[in-house]
Design a protein around this ligand. Structure first.
Ligand SMILES: *[C@@H]1O[C@H](CO)[C@@H](O)[C@H](O)[C@H]1NC(C)=O
Ligand SMILES: *[C@@H]1O[C@H](CO)[C@@H](O)[C@H](O)[C@H]1NC(C)=O
Ligand SMILES: *[C@@H]1O[C@H](CO)[C@@H](O)[C@H](O)[C@H]1NC(C)=O
Ligand SMILES: *[C@@H]1O[C@H](CO)[C@@H](O)[C@H](O)[C@H]1NC(C)=O
Ligand SMILES: *[C@@H]1O[C@H](CO)[C@@H](O)[C@H](O)[C@H]1NC(C)=O
Ligand SMILES: *[C@@H]1O[C@H](CO)[C@@H](O)[C@H](O)[C@H]1NC(C)=O
Ligand SMILES: *[C@@H]1O[C@H](CO)[C@@H](O)[C@H](O)[C@H]1NC(C)=O
Length: 701
């Protein structure tokens, strides 16, 4: 029971002025008292004025050797600036953390006497601790920021301004842009989701890394549940939701003299694992997606035969024929092979296909299994439900497989944390290899979390997009022949990544998005990717726009792998006489050869640099001119290494384009006509024929 404190006010002791002021007369006493009161008032007003009005709007809270951190009281922002205040690296709006009503003066460093650490407690909301980490030899200065909520209802949200700074990195989105300033994405968990199901979400590839053109990078700690939202052209925000565990928000901001220097330093922190190379043979042959709409293995074999004959007949050279998951299933008769291949050898059910063995094919598998399939039925009969992601809900705590949708069918997903299940999966791959002799295995379906889709709590190992990492581990075990379809925290692994499908049109969801997407992958360390098929693959119909196909091909030729879905012979017109080859077929052969002879050796050359320092192979123009703001927003040109610049046409109907050549110390030579131009210049309305792609190489006189 609350009880009031026993108040016993003692009378104020009487002041005895007598002793000192005995001789003073009454007038003097009055005057001194008045003066005292006046001084007291002036002081009080002064202090209040200093506290409220005259306090400086900003104050330095940390200073490094060339940069420092300022608290801006009026806007409630942390500002990273040079010590001379002539350049702002980044501005972080922390207003949401603080009390929105009152201005926080934010002046006292509670870790006082420490020049490299700043601490402050935001009354009953959060504590912040910012420490400056400088390494000798390094050209960057890093500030490690940790916000700790004081109680479990605090949501921490820090927003980085995108005004006057171009930002890169983060995650792939449905409509790629370079820089990411134009993206508009509502606050959501920062994990890879399947963009087909969640078109307004984050896709692959994704890293907790953002890079700003002012020479700043932001690396968010890996182990905190992070939400990210992007308000186009204004800011992007990092957020941690209130939780019982009172999760801190933790990130490191590094600043340096320019964007390139900061990126190179930050890559060392982003991925500390040794970078391993995937199977570089993937680069050498084009991938041809076979779109066979058939329902039996015999028909599929016929289609395969026809397709490979056509490739030969049109002199398109060697290639990898890529089978989708449905075709793979048909060809392997997988549905009839038994789950436990050791006990009942599946040899009886899957026969060798000698013809297929002669081809180079890639097959597609996923960790999903349709519940209609015999394999699933068998697994239930054999009591090995824990091969599939399950909930321990059944009678006697037996697991009940979790149902989810995969390609329109109710399916279960492989319990990738169960070693028996992954071994079973790998055995299946081995059996297929012995029957089909395939070169490559594409593993789809790492994205998507069946637990979170159904608002269930996943086990700790499968939170968010952890499945992708585990699937990448599984893929690594398929010798070096696996290709995955998403990446996060795995840029060092020896895997190719297949990019997601794009629209067959000229928009940023289609052709214009290729270069932004290429630069994004490469910046985050995913240099080895298979782009979407020439012409786009999202529509089931073959591409009919010949111009789109040819322009697309002109870009694809300079990417690590050329892949096709619409074969070039569909453009062959009847009226083309036998003596005159069709334009599209001819140009396809030309670019396949160009890729093989010119692009692949270049990629191999720069692979070494990537392995050693994490330097991207495909580079944005600011790589050569990191101090020139023009280069920050160029999204239709790219560099391969430091020596080749590719500037394809991305506008429908255009037969010319403006080209910026970076770095005034260089000269550039157009490989098509041997003309030489100075770097640091704009070539306005540079003529480009339909079959051409302007490619410049660094030229030394
Ligand atoms: C300042 O704080 C950092 C981080 O806690 C610590 O490592 C360092 O020793 C401190 N320096 C001084 C002078 O107290
Ligand atoms: C952005 O740049 C313009 C022009 O340099 C400047 O006037 C403006 O104040 C800057 N805005 C911010 C928020 O830094
Ligand atoms: C961003 O999206 C929100 C809704 O998600 C919308 O209200 C807002 O207008 C959009 N902003 C821009 C600049 O497109
Ligand atoms: C398959 O690929 C190898 C090189 O990886 C090549 O030598 C062979 O000719 C190819 N075969 C076909 C049928 O394309
Ligand atoms: C996966 O299998 C393991 C047995 O190895 C089991 O302990 C675990 O609960 C399963 N996980 C899920 C999500 O089903
Ligand atoms: C391209 O396709 C997307 C998706 O279908 C559509 O939203 C967009 O309007 C199309 N753009 C053009 C230029 O046709
Ligand atoms: C095929 O393309 C090449 C290069 O673009 C060109 O030189 C050649 O004349 C073309 N041949 C035919 C038959 O169109």
């Amino acid at each position: 029971m609350p009880h009031a404190r026993n108040r016993n006010p003692s009378p104020i002791p009487e002041v005895t002025w007598d002793t000192g002021l005995k001789e003073m007369n009454e007038t003097w006493k009055g005057a001194i008292a008045c003066l005292g009161v006046a001084i007291f008032f002036v002081m009080t007003i002064g202090i209040i004025y200093w506290q409220v009005v005259d306090q400086p709007n900003k104050n330095w809270i940390l200073k490094g050797s060339f940069s420092g951190l300022i608290w801006e009281r009026r806007t409630q922002t942390l500002v990273f600036q040079t010590l001379t205040e002539d350049k702002t690296f980044a501005e972080i709006d922390v207003g949401n953390v603080g009390n929105p009503d009152g201005e926080v003066p934010f002046v006292r460093n509670l870790c006082w006497l420490n020049k490299t650490e700043f601490c402050y407690t935001w009354d009953s909301v959060a504590e912040v601790r910012i420490s400056l980490e400088t390494e000798e030899a390094s050209e960057t200065e890093c500030y490690s920021v940790t916000w700790s909520p004081i109680h479990c209802h605090v949501d921490l949200k820090d927003c980085f301004s995108m005004v006057n700074v171009s930002w890169y990195g983060g995650a792939g989105v449905n409509t790629p842009s370079w820089p990411i300033n134009d993206a508009n994405i509502s606050m959501q968990p920062f994990t890879v989701s399947d963009l087909r199901d969640n078109p307004s979400g984050f896709g692959s590839v994704l890293e907790r890394y953002f890079l700003g053109s002012s020479g700043v990078s932001v690396l968010v700690a890996p182990n905190i549940p992070l939400h990210v939202g992007m308000e186009s052209r204004q800011q992007f925000c990092l957020q941690t939701l209130p939780s019982m565990e009172r999760m801190p928000m933790q990130y490191t901001v590094c600043v340096g003299h320019n964007i390139k220097a900061v990126h190179q330093e930050s890559m060392q922190q982003l991925s500390t694992a040794t970078r391993e190379l995937p199977n570089m043979d993937v680069l050498r042959l084009p991938f041809w997606k076979l779109s066979a709409n058939v329902d039996s293995r015999a028909k599929l074999e016929r289609e395969l035969r026809t397709f490979s004959n056509r490739l030969k007949r049109h002199h398109l050279g060697e290639g990898v024929i890529s089978l989708d998951e449905h075709s793979t299933a048909l060809l392997s008769n997988m549905d009839h092979s038994y789950l436990n291949s050791k006990r009942r050898t599946s040899k009886r059910h899957t026969r060798d296909i000698p013809f297929v063995k002669l081809l180079n094919i890639s097959i597609t598998l996923s960790p999903y299994l349709s519940i209609d399939s015999q394999q699933f039925q068998t697994s239930m009969q054999e009591g090995i439900e824990d091969y599939w992601l399950s909930l321990p809900l059944g009678p006697q705590g037996r697991p009940v497989p979790l149902l989810t949708q995969w390609k329109g069918k109710y399916s279960v997903k492989l319990n990738i944390t169960n070693p028996e299940a992954t071994n079973w999966f790998l055995d299946k791959v081995d059996i297929l290899r012995s029957h089909l002799g395939m070169e490559y295995v594409i593993l789809e379906g790492g994205e998507g979390n069946p637990f979170e889709e159904q608002s269930l709590h996943p086990p700790l190992a499968l939170v968010g997009d952890e499945y992708i990492g585990l699937l990448a581990d599984l893929a690594e075990r398929i010798e070096d022949n696996a290709i995955v379809t998403s990446g996060t925290r795995s840029s060092h692994k020896p895997l190719f990544i297949r990019m997601s499908g794009v629209e067959s049109n000229w928009s940023y969801s289609g052709l214009k998005g290729i270069i932004p997407s290429l630069l994004h992958h490469s910046l985050l360390g995913y240099n080895f990717f298979i782009p979407d098929a020439v012409g786009g693959s999202l529509s089931i119909e073959p591409v009919t726009d010949e111009e789109l196909f040819v322009r697309w091909l002109g870009i694809a030729a300079f990417l690590p792998v050329i892949s096709f879905q619409t074969p070039p012979w569909v453009f062959e017109k009847e009226w083309v006489s036998a003596t005159r080859t069709s334009f599209v077929l001819n140009i396809t052969r030309f670019y396949i050869a160009k890729h093989h002879d010119f692009v692949v050796p270049l990629i191999l050359k720069y692979t070494e640099e990537w392995q050693k320092n994490g330097t991207p192979i495909y580079r944005p123009l600011w790589w050569l001119s990191p101090d020139n703001p023009i280069t920050f927003t160029i999204d239709d040109e790219f560099l391969i290494g430091d020596e080749v610049l590719v500037a394809p046409v991305t506008e429908k109907g255009a037969l010319q384009r403006d080209i910026y050549l970076p770095e005034s110390d260089f000269q550039w030579q157009d490989t098509n006509n041997a003309q030489v131009f100075d770097g640091g210049t704009f070539l306005e309305s540079y003529p480009v024929g339909l079959g051409d792609v302007p490619v410049f190489i660094r030229w030394r006189s």
